[in-house]
Design a binder for this molecule. Structure first.
Ligand code: C5P
Ligand code: MG
Length: 188
């Protein structure tokens, strides 16, 4: 099973991915988490992407595609991958399709978590207080939203044309959203 959790920053992708890991034993593949881990470990990659993350811009397609590629066998062994925050561009989505095709699989479902902008900014400002992420300042949040609408939202018609897109209302409680995601996945 290969699931993409799609939506703007702060739409609950990471939260819901962790629930799917706990409930179904699948593997969460969050390129954002991988990049932050590389930075925290002080690797060469981490140093290269640090300023890009802090500005809320996207790192190159090649870098994130390679991070995902390395983790596919592990997800396959677990019976499922939950792509969280990847793909962020049409080129990344096309590369993912190719990588999975080479392994005899495919993206099964894309769950789009729908959350209005005002709620996103509120959630991310709160997350900054709780987790202290450097890219959760109001200025960077606004740029991340702009980057989402410019570079990532074009994936919506891309996934829709593939017949894979399922919209889920992301404004409810965590349990309510989890139930709606489960319904979207099990309805296949
Ligand atoms: O997914 P998340 O919001 O945690 O990503 C945090 C940051 O990591 C993004 O704002 C971006 O700078 C970087 N990122 C990226 N390309 C991806 C995923 C994350 O550049 N595919
Ligand atoms: Mg996340």
């Amino acid at each position: 099973m290969n699931i993409i959790l799609f939506g703007p920053p702060g739409s609950g992708k990471g939260t819901q991915a962790k629930r799917l890991v706990a409930e179904r034993g699948w593997v969460q593949l969050s390129t954002g988490d991988m990049l932050r881990a590389a930075r925290a470990a002080g690797t060469e990659l981490g140093q290269r992407v640090s300023a890009i993350i802090d500005a809320g811009e996207l790192v190159s397609d090649e870098i994130v595609i390679e991070l995902i590629r390395e983790r596919l066998p592990e997800a396959e062994a677990a019976g499922g991958a939950i792509f969280d925050g990847f793909p962020r561009t049409v080129a990344q989505a096309e590369a993912l399709d190719t990588l999975l095709q080479e392994r005899g699989s495919a993206v099964d479902t894309v769950v789009e978590l729908k959350v209005v902008d005002e709620e996103i900014v509120q959630r991310l400002v709160k997350r900054a207080e709780d987790e202290g992420r450097a890219d959760d300042t109001e200025e960077v949040i606004r740029n991340r939203l702009k980057v989402y609408y410019d570079q990532t939202a074009p994936l919506i018609p891309f996934f829709s044309a593939q017949g894979k897109l399922k919209e889920v209302d992301g404004m409810g409680s965590m349990d309510g959203v989890a139930a709606a995601i489960a319904a979207a996945l099990d309805d296949k």
